[in-house]
Design a protein around this ligand. Structure first.
Ligand code: MN
Length: 418
């Protein structure tokens, strides 16, 4: 599927992807919605203005000349399909409209290096699940009891907690080491100070499109009509604060100081070719969680670390979204099953995505087994948890035949607090 904008086979943003984002030109001007194609951003606000997105019909207000994607997310499945089809057509090698109009091309296609990216949505609510069986087993074994690592509810309920949306930050935002209360291992009273166990969590999240009225759950087989698209999520975690505070109500300050997301939202439609069977669910979930078809996705994921002394990053983790036990359709159906209303722009994250092998664990907590097995870096440095100056990058892609649908990257550099 060639575009007149050529992309090498390993490029994250070919014509098959077309992720949405919010940008402003470096030269100035308001925030607006665009689509990534190769190293460029296609300005959808401009296309809408000049009448090239008639797929939208007669919207009363501009959908793309907006500082966030919320309005487009709210339009729903049919509108998403029409716009995606129209943009794919406009960028196709055989379509002359943009290809042969140099003046329009110059206005509508901006180099990504010449724009500033912004948070893609106003995120009203953020929820983090705990859907990787391997992760839940590893954490349960370390925090509680290796013989009863999975709590008895885990195989029946997609466990999650309500997170904090105000501290969700975009790729590139420095991460300030949080201060908090924790119990040092050699003490019997807590202290307040900078976290000594700052960690990352490798996750994917999805944005909700149209919501549901309060009291009216989303059926599991309607999930595709409510899932707009996916981003990489780094759920930064202070393990010492988390360990001390989490009983009985779960994560709080150990998680709410920052959560980083990647800027480009990969639409569900771009991931359709990568559906695959996921882990077998046994016992069979209750009927409201039983979905038709495959709802796992074959998406390769990596986490990379670069300390201040390293010239290039080293890959710490290689895992895959397909390992996730609870599927995104089940997370959404479960979340709304009691009547909770979801809204356009809500972000639901997967929880740490760990695989079955030690090099596929999605956090330092697991990779170093609670700090007991330090990792060696190429410089000879060691790590149990993150040090000031460390840059942590998540990336991922679905591998097609000669192309990739990439999620891009999300990076954060840890800075100390003095
Ligand atoms: Mn998490």
């Amino acid at each position: 599927m060639p575009s007149f904008i050529a992309t090498p086979p390993n490029h994250p943003f070919p014509l098959q992807n077309l992720p949405y984002g919010v940008f402003s030109p470096a030269s100035g001007g308001p925030r607006r919605v665009g689509v990534a194609i190769g190293d460029y951003v296609l300005d959808l606000a401009l296309l809408e203005e000049v009448g090239l997105l008639s797929a939208l019909g007669q919207a009363e207000q501009p959908i793309f000349a907006q500082p966030t994607l919320n309005a487009f997310m709210a339009l729903g499945y049919e509108a998403w399909q029409r716009v995606r089809g129209a943009v794919q057509h406009l960028l196709h090698a055989s379509t002359p409209t943009l290809r042969d109009n140099a003046a329009l091309r110059q206005r509508a296609l901006l180099k990504q290096s010449e724009v500033t990216l912004h948070l893609p949505a106003i995120i009203g609510d953020y929820t983090d699940f705990y859907s990787s069986r391997e992760h839940a087993t590893n954490v349960g074994a370390m925090f509680r009891d290796p013989d009863n690592a999975l709590l008895p509810n885990w195989l029946h309920v997609p466990i999650g907690y309500h997170g904090r949306s105000s501290s969700i930050v975009l790729d590139g935002t420095p991460i300030k080491r949080p201060w908090g209360q924790f119990l040092p291992s050699d003490a019997d009273t807590p202290r307040f100070g900078p976290s000594q166990e700052l960690d990352f969590e490798l996750e994917l999240g999805f944005f909700v499109g149209p919501g549901n009225p309060l009291g009216q759950p989303i059926a599991v087989d309607d999930a595709h009509r409510h899932i707009f698209g996916f981003v990489l999520v780094n759920d930064w975690s202070a393990r010492d604060i988390q360990r001390w505070e989490y009983r009985p109500l779960g994560p709080f300050l150990g998680k709410n100081f920052a959560t980083s997301i990647s800027p480009w939202v990969v639409p569900l439609a771009a991931l359709e070719p990568f559906r695959c069977p996921g882990p077998i669910q046994s016992p069979t979930p209750l009927p409201y969680l039983q979905a038709n078809g495959d709802w796992a996705f074959d998406i390769h994921l990596e986490a990379r670390l670069q300390s201040e002394r390293m010239g290039e990053p080293v890959t710490l983790v290689r895992t895959n979204f397909r390992h996730l036990y609870w599927r995104v359709c089940q997370q959404l159906a479960h979340h709304s099953s009691g009547g909770c209303n979801m809204r356009p722009g809500d972000l639901l994250a997967s929880g740490t995505i760990s695989g079955p092998t030690p090099d596929s664990f999605g956090s330092l907590l697991e990779l170093t087994w609670g700090g007991k097995r330090p990792l060696s870096l190429p410089t000879g440095e060691t790590r149990t948890y993150l040090a000031d100056g460390d840059r942590l990058t998540l990336t991922g892609w679905a591998q097609g035949d000669g192309y990739r649908v990439g999620l891009g990257t999300v990076t954060g550099k840890v800075i100390g607090t003095v």
